[in-house]
Each structure stands twice: as C-alpha cells, then as structure tokens.
Ligand binder design. Structure first.
Ligand SMILES: [Zn+2]
Length: 243
C-alpha cells in the first residue's frame, strides 16, 4: 500500500525536502519532526543561519557594507532616525548590565539570555555605533546580493550572528550587581558561547526594532557608497547571472 503510494510519484514528491538538490525525506514523512516540506538537515540549517539554504555570510563579505555603513553614520550622526536607533540600543545595553555571571545559561528564558548577550557586548566595549553599522551593513548586503535570501528572518539572524562575532574571543572582567548584598562582584568572560537559534532571533529582532526606520533611508545610500568604493557586488556580474 505504502509502496504503491510512493510509486504514484505525487505522494513521494510531497515527502521530499523542497530545497533544490536535496533528496532527503521531509521531517514529517520521516517521523523526525514537524516540518512538512523540509528535511531535518535543512530545518536545522534554518535554525542556525536563518535560511533553509543560504549559508551565513563570511565576515569578508559583510565588511565592505559594514565599512560603508560606518562612513554613512559619520555623516548622519545628528539625524533624528539615527539618534532614535542609538538611544534605543543604548537603553537596551544599559538595562542589560545587571545580569548574573552567565556561567550557567541552562534553565534561563530566551529573554534572559538575550539580555545576557547584550550585557556581554557592553562588557566587551562594543560601541553602540558599531551595532548600528552592522545591522545596516547586513540589511544592505542582503538587499544588494542578487543571490541572497531576502527574508526578514535571514536578515535578523545574520545581523545577530555578525554582532555575536564581535564579542567572540574576548576575555574580560566586569562588575556585576549582587542583589543579596547590594554590592558588586566581578564576573569574568573567557568564552563567548554559541547562541541558540531562538536567542539569535531575539537579538536580531531587538536590532531591527531599533534600526528599521533608519535602514529605510540609509540602506540605498550605503549600497551606493559600497559600489562606489569597492565596485558592485559579485552577484551583479553577467557571469554570476549566467551560472
Ligand atoms: Zn533538505
């Protein structure tokens, strides 16, 4: 009976992952999960990267956009939309400073983990301006790359991952408020653990909330600056289009 259904082709096609080139069975038909149209591998890929199929951008791919965004910001520091983004993120980072040393993240809510992630950015002395430049850079890259996955989810996860990379490998000490004594104690950061997919989305959503309005005016100008300084994105060349 089952083999007959599979032979009919229609049902078999429904059972396969829809990512081009993937022949694995979808999670539901395999009994390994809830995804009806994607295999387990590509479901996990989406959780980590924000897209079923597009890999995470390399730092070198993002760099010309993030640098152009930094230059754009230099000219637009007084703009109300920039000021609004800046103070929203400043507020978030300041509110995140009173978190316990995150030696054990187990059992903490995603909100709490997100606060810890922002606290670590503060502890690593990442300037708020840099967070904005990265969000704008990622938004411009996703927009400018013809081969990108232009979805909100991919954009916010990629922004969160790029921000996360900023603080990785830092080894710092900072003071943490101790509620029981009212004093402070020192927390140390020796590693920057990988964030779960859920926390990445929370971080990305917070960046988006702060920077979305700014991005509307900034992104087209950042793309133009990037093109002027570094040339067009490789996906614009006729060879890339043909392949
Ligand atoms: Zn697949």
């Amino acid at each position: 009976m089952v083999t007959e259904l599979l032979r009919s082709g229609h049902v078999a096609a429904e059972c396969r992952c829809v990512v081009p080139g993937c022949s694995r069975r979808a999670e539901v038909s395999e009994g390994s999960g809830l995804a009806r149209y994607h295999c387990r591998y590509h479901v996990q890929h989406k959780s980590r990267h924000g897209s079923h199929w597009h890999p995470t951008y390399k730092a070198s791919e993002l760099q010309p956009y993030a640098r152009s965004a930094e230059l754009w910001i230099r000219e637009h520091r007084e703009d109300p939309a920039y000021q609004a983004a800046y103070w929203q993120l400043e507020h978030l980072m300041a509110g995140a400073s009173r978190v316990e040393s995150a030696t054990s993240l187990r059992g903490l809510s995603a909100e709490h983990r997100t606060r810890i992630a922002f606290a670590r950015l503060r502890a690593a002395n990442i300037p708020t301006r840099r967070l904005i430049a990265i969000y704008l850079g990622v938004a411009a890259l996703v927009e400018d790359d013809f081969g990108s996955h232009r979805t909100r989810e991919f954009r916010i996860v990629q922004a969160a991952k790029a921000v996360h990379r900023l603080a990785s490998g830092t080894h710092r000490k900072w003071d943490v408020w101790e509620p029981r004594t009212g004093g402070t104690r020192q927390a140390e950061l020796h590693a920057y653990p990988r964030s779960s997919g859920h926390v990445l989305r929370k971080i990305g959503a917070a960046l988006e909330k702060a920077c979305d309005e700014l991005a509307r005016t900034a992104v087209p100008e950042i793309i133009a600056m990037r093109t002027e300084r570094f040339g067009p994105h490789p996906s614009h060349s006729p060879i890339a289009k043909a392949s």
